[in-house]
Structures are given as structure tokens and as C-alpha cells.
Write a protein that binds this ligand. Structure first.
Ligand code: NAD
Length: 266
């Protein structure tokens, strides 16, 4: 499998290039960065901390899509929107890890997934994907006598909130209760908010330091609380998941797959 990495100069992008270079069965096909990035023209492998590969970072993402069987995208929503179009044009499979994607991008991703296999997940770690199943099950068992609050913390550079993972956990809780998340989610509280509405699913966002990603789903009842938590020690867990998805996707039929599909948890 020839793998292209868009956003190969980013925190995830560099680790993904290093991971592809170190994984048997995967071959690095190239990497792109945003026009004007200081990574342009540098060797993709050197940027990732390795020996020169002869592949230079380009701002021509379409060339990366043309050269690759599969492109891994951990960038920004605007960039991912363009990359989805390129993937459709070139018939390139995709792994999409970018979070904070607008809802109106989903039809284009769904259309791409009718042509090629696509894995899309806000969190590629094994632990979080296990947690999604547990949250759904606990929410279903407890019902709305227990108030659900989702608390997340990430490093100071994160640009979207709540995290894609927090929203996925909220979706799992809503699925467990059989409700529409949009109708019950409380994403911000400020000032005189009035009492908590029964059935709401609340979110709280913390930002600071170099935290790779902490998530807690809190079920608060009368005189007891249940907390389900996951703490990411490093981004390596997301990279491992993305590489596992890259190996898994080979030969799959077109379709939109989740990490729970990749890990056999669905
Ligand atoms: P980052 O800012 O370090 O990296 C993003 C990179 O994308 C940057 O180098 C930027 O220059 C590049 N980029 C922007 N526009 C581009 C374009 N048009 N073409 C090519 N490259 C472009 O951020 P990060 O910490 O690596 O995270 C990236 C995304 O991945 C975020 O949305 C983050 O939330 C998400 N993420 C997802 C998971 C997961 O498991 N799904 C895990 C970690 C991070």
C-alpha cells in the first residue's frame, strides 16, 4: 500500500510518516503541507526524524493523491474538504482523523465512501473506541435518573472545542438513551443558566499544557457517581490506530468505516 500523508509537517503528520516508514506492508508515497509552510521542499522522512527518503514535501496535495493508494489526513477542516474532493477525483482511499469538521462536509465524505473505502474517526485509539461502547451501554442501563457530563482536556494548541472525541462520547451516550444528541447537548454554560434540564448531556472543555487528550464521562445520580475515563499518554496511540486502519483498509469494499469496525468492536 502506497500511503500519502497530507499535513506531513504537523504534530500527527510527522509521527504518521515515521510510522508508515517503519511498518512492513506500507510504503510512503509522499507528503503535502499548506502553501507557505516552512516544511515545503524538506524531505518528508527527515521531517519525521528519519533518514532521507528522496520524497520532498509539496504544496501540491493533488500530486500526493495521484501517487498514493491511500491518503491519511490529520489537518484542518478546510484542508480536509479539499482533500476529500481530490480523493474522489483520483479514486484514492482515505483515513480521516481531522476533527471539528462542519456537518455540511459529511455528504461529500459519504459520496467519497461510495467510491472507495474511507475510515473516519475522531479518535483512533483502542481505549477510546472501547470506551465508546461502554458509555453507550452504561447510558442505556442507567436512563436519565443519572445526569451525563463529558469533561475533556487537551494541550494549549488545540483549535476546536469540544474535542471530536468528546462529541463522539456524547453521541454514544445519546445512542444509549435513544435520543438525538443535538436536541439535548449543552456545549457551553455561562451566566444565569437556570437549573440543569433533565436528560441534557453536558460538555466541559479544559485547555492547557501538552495534554495529549483526557476524557471523562460522568454519570451523576443521587448520592452516587460513576466516572468512565481515558487518558492518552502520547499521540503514539492515535498513530498506532491510524496505521492499523491503513493495513486493515487494503482490499476493503467502498464504504464509510469507523475505528470500531477496524478494531472489530462494532
Ligand atoms: P497540527 O496543527 O500540528 O497539524 C496540522 C497540519 O496540517 C499543520 O502542519 C498544517 O500546516 C497542515 N495543513 C493545514 N492546511 C493544509 C493543507 N491545505 N494541505 C496540507 N497540510 C495542511 O495539528 P495536529 O495536532 O497534528 O492535529 C491535526 C488534526 O488531527 C486536528 O483536527 C486534531 O484534532 C486531529 N487529531 C485527531 C486524532 C484522531 O485520533 N482522530 C488524534 C490527534 C489529533
Amino acid at each position: 500500500m502506497k500511503i500519502g500523508i497530507v499535513g506531513c509537517g504537523g504534530r500527527m503528520g510527522r509521527m504518521l510518516s515515521a510510522g508508515v516508514l517503519a511498518t512492513e506492508g506500507l510504503e510512503l508515497a509522499g507528503g503535502s503541507e499548506r502553501p507557505g509552510s516552512e516544511a515545503i521542499g524538506k524531505d518528508v522522512a527527515v521531517l519525521a526524524g528519519g533518514e532521507p527518503s528522496g520524497l520532498l514535501v509539496t504544496d501540491d496535495a493533488a500530486a500526493v493523491f495521484a501517487a498514493a493508494d491511500l491518503v491519511i489526513d490529520f489537518t484542518l477542516p478546510d484542508a480536509t474538504a479539499k482533500h476529500v474532493e481530490m480523493a474522489a477525483e483520483h479514486g484514492t482511499a482515505m483515513i480521516i482523523g481531522t476533527t471539528g469538521l462542519p456537518a455540511d462536509l459529511q455528504p461529500a465524505i459519504d459520496a467519497l465512501a461510495r467510491k472507495v473505502p474511507v475510515v473516519q474517526a475522531a479518535n483512533m485509539s483502542v481505549g477510546i473506541n472501547l470506551l465508546l461502547g461502554l458509555v453507550e451501554q452504561v447510558a442505556k442501563t442507567l436512563g436519565d435518573d443519572f445526569d451525563i457530563e463529558i469533561i475533556e482536556m487537551h494541550h494549549r494548541h488545540k483549535v476546536d472545542a469540544p474535542s471530536g472525541t468528546a462529541l463522539a462520547l456524547g453521541q454514544a451516550a445519546a445512542d444509549g438513551r435513544g435520543v438525538d444528541l443535538d436536541a439535548v447537548s449543552q456545549r457551553v454554560r455561562d451566566g444565569h443558566t437556570g437549573e440543569r434540564k433533565r436528560g441534557d448531556i453536558g460538555f466541559a472543555t479544559l485547555r492547557g499544557g501538552d495534554v495529549a487528550g483526557d476524557h471523562t464521562v460522568l454519570f451523576a445520580g443521587d448520592a452516587e457517581r460513576i466516572e468512565l475515563s481515558h487518558k492518552a499518554g502520547s499521540r503514539a496511540i492515535f498513530v498506532r490506530g491510524a496505521l492499523r486502519a491503513a493495513l486493515w483498509i487494503d482490499g476493503k469494499a467502498p464504504g464509510l468505516y469507523s475505528m470500531r469496525d477496524v478494531l472489530g468492536l462494532s
